[in-house]
Design a protein around this ligand. Structure first.
Ligand SMILES: [Zn+2]
Length: 249
C-alpha cells in the first residue's frame, strides 16, 4: 500500500515536510518489500494550491526541489496523468529566468514537473522586453507568486561578454551583460574568461542587475512587488555540485 501525499496539500512548511517524507521511499527495499511504504508524489498546482502559496512559500518550494534533486530523491510523478490534469488550465507558482546552458535544465535541477513553473531560458539569462512581458503574463494574468533569476557558474555567455566576443546576433545579447562587468570590484584580476572567479562574479552581478531591471522596467511588476503580491529572488546554480545558492537579499 502506498500513501500518496500531494506536496501542495499542506499549507505552511510543506516544502521541508515533503522533502523529509521523500526519505520514506528508501524504506521500501530495506523492509523486504511487503511493509507499507510512503511515497511523495508530485502533481501540478491547482487554482486553490496556487492561491494558497506566497512568495515565501514559492521560494521555499524551489529550494526544497533543488535539495531533492541534489539528494537524488526527486518526487515521483505520473507525467501522463499530469498532462491530462493540466490540459484545460495551468496555475504555476513561479516564473524562472535561467540560462540556455544544457547542463542546467531548470525544471530538472529544481525538481519541478508539468504545470509547476513558467520557464524562460536564454543565453546569459539576460532580460529583454519579450521576457519582461512574459513575466508580466506569468504574474499578473496567471497568478505566479515568485520571479526567480538563476545564473550559473562557468557560464559561456558570461565568458563571451567578458572577452568582448562579437558574432552575428550574439553580439547584441552579450552587450546586455556588459554592465555587470563594472559591478565587480577592480581588485578581482585578471578580468578575462580564464579567471573563473571573475567570470562567476560577473554572472552573479548580472543576476542582481536583472533583478533590479525587472522592478525598474515593469510598472506592473513593480506594483505587485511593492504590494507583496509577488516576490523576486536571485540565485546561482553550481554546475559542479547541482546546487542552487539563492541570495539572501
Ligand atoms: Zn550560461
Amino acid at each position: 500500500m502506498k500513501t500518496l501525499l500531494n506536496r501542495f496539500a499542506l499549507p505552511i512548511g510543506l516544502a521541508a515536510t515533503t522533502w523529509l517524507l521523500a526519505g520514506c521511499q528508501s524504506a521500501e527495499n530495506s523492509t523486504g518489500g511487503s511493509a507499507p511504504t510512503m511515497a511523495v508524489v508530485g502533481s501540478p498546482p491547482t487554482k486553490e494550491t496556487q492561491a494558497a502559496m506566497t512568495p515565501q512559500s514559492a521560494l521555499a518550494e524551489l529550494k526544497a526541489g533543488n535539495a531533492r534533486f541534489v539528494a537524488g530523491q526527486p518526487l515521483k510523478r505520473n507525467l501522463p496523468a499530469d498532462v491530462k490534469a493540466t490540459a484545460s488550465g495551468q496555475y504555476p507558482f513561479a516564473v524562472v529566468l535561467s540560462c540556455l546552458d544544457s547542463r542546467q535544465p531548470i525544471e530538472i535541477v529544481l525538481d519541478q514537473g508539468i504545470g509547476d513553473i513558467f520557464s524562460a531560458r536564454v543565453a546569459g539569462n539576460v532580460l529583454n522586453d519579450d521576457i519582461l512581458g512574459s513575466m508580466e503574463f506569468a504574474c499578473k494574468v496567471s497568478g505566479a507568486k515568485l520571479i526567480a533569476v538563476i545564473g550559473h557558474s562557468n557560464c559561456g555567455a558570461i565568458k563571451g561578454a567578458v572577452d568582448g566576443v562579437e558574432l552575428g546576433n550574439l553580439t547584441g545579447l552579450l552587450g546586455k551583460i556588459q554592465p555587470a562587468l563594472n559591478q565587480v570590484p577592480a581588485d578581482v584580476q585578471p578580468r578575462d574568461s580564464k579567471n573563473l572567479e571573475f567570470v562567476d562574479k560577473v554572472s552573479e552581478a548580472n543576476v542582481r542587475l536583472i533583478m533590479q531591471q525587472i522592478r525598474e522596467r515593469s510598472p506592473i511588476l513593480r506594483e505587485m512587488l511593492d504590494s507583496g503580491q509577488i516576490g523576486v529572488a536571485g540565485g546561482m546554480y553550481n554546475l559542479a555540485t547541482g546546487e542552487v545558492h539563492f541570495f539572501d537579499k
